[in-house]
Design a protein around this ligand. Structure first.
Ligand SMILES: Cc1cc2nc3c(=O)[nH]c(=O)nc-3n(C[C@H](O)[C@H](O)[C@H](O)COP(=O)(O)OP(=O)(O)OC[C@H]3O[C@@H](n4cnc5c(N)ncnc54)[C@H](O)[C@@H]3O)c2cc1C
Ligand SMILES: Cc1cc2nc3c(=O)[nH]c(=O)nc-3n(C[C@H](O)[C@H](O)[C@H](O)COP(=O)(O)O)c2cc1C
Ligand code: SF4
Length: 638
């Protein structure tokens, strides 16, 4: 598809954007204490501006030193002393040709007394997601916060930002006032739930003037009973337009329904596009769409079909800051695809850690992780062509080392070849393709269908070795496991094994749940058996909720607290913690019972070579995040 809409410049009020790709605001936790801009934060944003994005909306900032702070490690715009650092940040973005907007926010009930030492406040008394009770705001506080928003906007303008965005989504204060779910006031701010936002916009205007860009981020749907729906969001968007808003950015959800805005891989691409389209049908100011629109072709199609005017990408630009330039120059195969796994970004920041990324080890430490070519190249042998081995090879080759990658299978990819099979894992498939293309392009010597043995490696005579031999599925000792209608999930996913109509999947970690959803998508009657009380506990919270919803939608029957005891022809025997037994009729059994590391080469290699690095699942079975990060570090250590 020719990208005739996405890449040409776009006029947003007084700003000429070099293209229509916008970086969505995302908490990074990279600032210094008290919300002060740090060098790490500047490096992170500069990297993304350099990558060619048209506009960056800098992560949400708190606007006063009272109750507005939503999170530890949040950036601040609450006093004039912060202007200098914010100015450096805006400049760093603009120097690379992108425009910069600052998102300003009051947490309302979505915070904790721990952050500011004060009880959270909200339109109405209500507990926060932390379980702490927020108290109802007085009219005096309402007025003070409107003033704080306007002062924050003034500081952003003084610092040199090209505009501000009012954070009116995800259940923070502006959204709390608008939503019937959180606003139960009986005064003017309850009778007209849009009043607070409109007064805030009005006051911001008086401080920054009519020529300055002011946008609003709205929830097109809060995905909660009693919350904002699209029809109400449309009505409010019209009021924003009448009050002089310059663009509307359409996200969704409240913090408790976060899986609907930080859209996990189990929900479709372009998940929220219909909401942007709905808002666009109601207003004539530019509308920005967001939410799993990472594929340039999908972004272009949305623009061509007039469903939105601008496309905001969040995690896609964490994973690959250079995505816009790669699109511009037609280097689509070089795009490092975001997996929508939330492992490094959303999950980590919710645990009070800095933002990272499963597929990009540089995130948040751009300076430290910059790749420097070596002055004296070494010869390195990598054993295992999974993600860990390929990432190490990629980095080593970029640093101009000579690399041989040895893989015992006929193809590169390791476990990702199987992991990427279900239809909802297309991003994983693209990421695997990206890794393969990179190692090929960079001239890594790839030996396929070649099992590495200590003797073979000795013959190669490398100066350094990286052992990335991964893991294999555990085969537990269950009676009947060898029967022909029983297979591992890898045999199933590789197509070697064809399941019958009724399938029992044993193992309810993410792997088993995904296999169950995959089989159910093919019309099979699937029962998922897990000995623990919960499913998919190895996933971060938002992905887990989405996967459980998918299992439900696909009609997978789930049995927790039951263990596979025995397999017989036509049925399995299950047992629970109280030794209660039940038989379950089935045609096939698929096992997804965990992985074990392939470490048999470790000792002989250590005995014969001085420099041996062990990375990825070979160290301990985990995830892509660990494989990539350990590959990235080993590649830099040599
Ligand atoms: C069904 C399934 C779904 C998954 N889904 C996800 C997911 O959605 N997200 C996620 O983060 N993780 C997922 N994982 C886990 C993820 O695939 C692994 O953590 C990751 O692949 C580990 O990478 P690795 O390179 O360390 O090892 P591997 O991917 O196991 O690769 C090791 C490679 O080494 C080769 N090898 C082994 N011994 C030798 C030898 N002697 N000589 C030459 N080659 C050798 C193997 O053939 C293999 O290709 C999933 C795993 C499975 C099984
Ligand atoms: C780590 C992380 C932090 C986020 N922080 C913010 C934020 O500060 N303000 C905001 O409005 N949305 C925030 N979001 C939501 C994103 O702006 C975006 O709407 C969401 O990630 C979906 O877009 P994507 O699929 O392109 O990533 C955050 C998302 C992530 C992953
Ligand atoms: S951690 Fe996962 S979801 Fe987050 S940006 Fe990286 S690949 Fe995407």
């Amino acid at each position: 598809m020719e990208l005739t809409k996405l890449m040409p410049p776009f006029r947003l009020k007084n700003l000429e954007l070099r293209n229509r790709i916008v970086m969505a605001p995302m908490l990074s936790r990279l600032c210094d204490p008290d919300g002060i801009v740090s060098q790490k934060l500047i490096d992170y944003y500069a990297e993304r501006a350099k990558g060619g994005v048209g506009l960056i909306i800098v992560e949400y900032c708190y606007i006063d030193e009272k109750e507005s702070k939503a999170n530890q490690g949040q950036l601040g715009v609450y006093e004039d002393q912060l202007i200098a650092g914010l100015g450096d940040l805006a400049e760093a973005i603009q120097q690379w040709g992108a425009k910069a907007i600052l998102q300003i926010c009051h947490a309302g009930r979505c915070t904790s007394a721990k952050y500011m030492g004060r009880q959270p406040i909200a339109p109405s008394a209500m507990p926060s997601y932390t379980g702490e009770m927020a108290r109802e705001m007085t009219l005096g506080e309402v007025e003070a916060i409107i003033e704080s928003f306007s002062e924050a906007a003034r500081r952003a303008k003084t610092a040199g930002f090209d505009g501000v965005e009012l954070h009116g989504t995800h259940g923070y204060l502006l959204a709390q006032f608008l939503s019937p779910y959180t606003n139960r006031r009986t005064d003017a701010y309850g009778r007209d739930r849009g009043l607070f936002a409109l007064q805030t916009l009005d006051r911001v205007r008086t401080k920054v003037g009519n020529d300055y860009l002011v946008g609003y981020r709205i929830s097109g749907d809060e995905f909660i009973e009693g919350g904002i729906s699209l029809s109400e969001a449309k009505a409010f968007a019209k009021r924003l337009e009448a009050s002089g808003i310059d663009y509307i950015h359409v996200s969704a959800g409240i913090i408790e329904t976060g899986q609907h805005f930080v859209v996990p891989m189990y929900f479709p691409k372009g998940y929220l596009l219909h909401l942007a389209e709905g808002i666009k049908s109601a207003v004539s100011v530019p509308v920005m769409a967001v939410g799993a629109i990472h594929d340039p072709a999908l972004a272009e199609e949305a623009l061509q079909k007039n469903r939105a005017d601008l496309i905001a990408m969040g995690r896609a630009l964490i994973a690959d800051p250079e995505l816009p330039n790669k699109v511009k120059y037609g280097r689509f195969e070089d795009i490092r695809t975001c997996l929508r796994c939330n492992e490094g970004c959303s999950s980590r920041v919710r645990q009070f850690k800095t933002q990272r990324c499963a597929v990009n080890a540089e995130v948040g430490r751009e300076r430290q992780m910059r790749i420097h070519p070596v002055s004296k190249a070494k010869y390195v042998c990598i054993i295992g062509g999974g993600p860990a081995g390929m990432e190490a090879a990629r980095v080593l080759a970029l640093r101009r080392h000579r690399v041989t990658l040895v893989e015992k299978e006929k193809e590169l990819g390791g476990l990702l070849r199987y992991a990427a099979v279900p239809a909802f894992k297309t991003e994983l498939k693209s990421f695997l393709k990206y890794l393969k293309i990179q190692v090929e392009k960079l001239g890594v010597e790839i030996l396929l269908d070649q099992r590495a043995t200590p003797e073979f490696v000795k013959e190669l005579n490398p100066e350094s070795i990286i052992l990335a031999s991964g893991s294999t599925l555990r085969a537990p000792d269950i009676p009947g496991i060898g029967k022909p209608f029983v297979a591992t999930c890898l045999e199933l996913l590789s197509g070697q094994f064809k399941a019958g109509e009724r399938v029992v999947v044993a193992g309810g970690a993410a792997m088993g749940c995904e296999v169950a959803a995959h089989l159910a998508s093919q019309g099979k009657k699937v029962t998922l058996v897990e000995m623990l009380a919960e499913l998919a506990t190895d996933l971060e919270m938002r992905s887990r909720l989405a996967l459980l919803q998918l299992l439900k939608e696909k009609g997978v029957k789930t049995l927790t607290n039951w263990k596979l005891e025995k397999i017989e022809k036509g049925y399995v025997l299950l047992i629970d913690r109280d030794w209660k037994k039940q038989e379950m009729a089935t045609d096939s059994v698929v096992l997804a019972l965990g992985l074990t590391s392939n470490q048999e080469l470790l000792r002989p290699l250590r005995e014969n070579f001085q420099e041996v690095y062990v990375i990825g699942d070979c160290l301990e079975p985990r995830k892509v995040y660990h494989a990539i990060h350990e590959g990235a570090f080993a590649g830099r250590a040599i």
